[in-house]
Write a protein that binds this ligand. Structure first.
Ligand SMILES: Nc1ncnc2c1ncn2[C@@H]1O[C@H](COP(=O)(O)OP(=O)(O)OP(=O)(O)O)[C@@H](O)[C@H]1O
Ligand SMILES: [Mg+2]
Length: 280
């Protein structure tokens, strides 16, 4: 085979791989959306019960104080429903495949709205630590997919409750942003750590009672998305103590379009490796 043929074959294989990666991300997105429909339908039912009960209370009691309280509760419930709705619709509708300036803090908040009750149910305290950060260069929808996958994994690793910490930190000198999802759960044994991003690798028996987990595609999709963003992902885990996934993304650089000059978007992300701490 000539060099030219070989080069053509490599290009064809690369295109095939890229298409498969895209397909995996899309399939996983739909699966995550399906899971969210389950969670949010339940949530909506809760909100509806609140509205119904306080509407009845307000009608039963004619005094101003009770009516005021009832209306306040109804308003809060409706606002919660609105937030949930917007988050789900955002995920379902926004399929733009374009890189744009993206505020990570907003994505985290929208994702937490969707998983808030689930965290409460499993006695998981949610903490956030956001430093002032510029927008990153990202496809918002896809980074939200990464966040939901990491947060769901974190929740599943804390079967007896625990703490979920979501941190956003800006590294000014390198002009990049770190998004960390940290749990106080089971941790990952060293021999499994090298495999967790493989498609199909899972230590879960199957979907849990919320219908999530077990396919082994969540982290593979995360890896593909982060690669596409020219970002890096790093894992730190200690068995019995917990795990932290850190996604590093480049800050959005406004293209400097001088008259007639080509547009250059600068990206620079130093590589990060997997780190295992104090394997127990
Ligand atoms: N935060 C975590 N703590 C402990 N183990 C984890 C954590 N995140 C991932 N893992 C391990 O990595 C494996 C692969 O994760 P991945 O999200 O790809 O698949 P999954 O959660 O098993 O299934 P799904 O495709 O539904 O997400 C998990 O089965 C689990 O063993
Ligand atoms: Mg998962």
């Amino acid at each position: 085979m000539s060099n030219g043929d070989q080069a053509n074959q490599v290009t064809a294989l690369q295109q095939q791989l890229a298409a498969m990666q895209q397909e995996l991300v899309e399939t996983q997105r739909l699966a995550a959306l399906g899971e969210l429909v389950g969670t949010t339908t339940h949530e909506f039912n809760n909100v509806l019960m609140t509205v119904l009960n306080y509407a009845k209370l307000g009608l039963r009691h004619k005094d101003d104080a009770t009516r005021e309280k009832s209306l306040t509760k109804i308003l809060a419930a409706a606002q919660r429903a609105e937030k949930i709705c917007n988050s789900v619709l955002g995920m379902a509708r926004n399929r733009k495949e374009e890189f744009a300036p993206t505020m990570l803090q907003q994505l985290v908040e929208e994702s937490l709205v969707l998983l808030e009750r689930e965290m409460q149910k499993y006695r998981i305290a949610v903490q956030t630590d956001f430093s002032e950060t510029p927008a990153v260069r990202a496809i918002g929808n896809q980074i939200q997919q990464v966040l939901l996958n990491l947060m769901t994994n974190a929740r599943q690793a804390m079967s007896d409750g625990g703490t979920l910490l979501i941190k956003i930190a800006y590294h000014k000198s390198a002009n990049l942003v770190d998004l960390t999802v940290q749990d106080s759960g089971s941790g990952i044994p060293k021999e499994q750590l090298a495999k967790i991003f493989e498609r199909g690798f899972s230590t879960k028996d199957g979907p849990d009672e919320t219908g999530k987990g077990g396919a082994g595609v969540g982290l593979a999709a995360c890896r593909d998305i982060i690669e596409k963003h020219q970002g890096r992902v790093r894992v730190e885990s200690t068995v019995g103590k917990g795990t932290a996934f850190t996604v590093r993304l480049p800050v959005f650089v406004q293209p400097q379009a001088a008259a007639g000059a080509p547009i250059v978007t600068q990206l620079g992300v130093p590589s990060m490796g997997a780190v295992v701490n104090g394997q127990g």
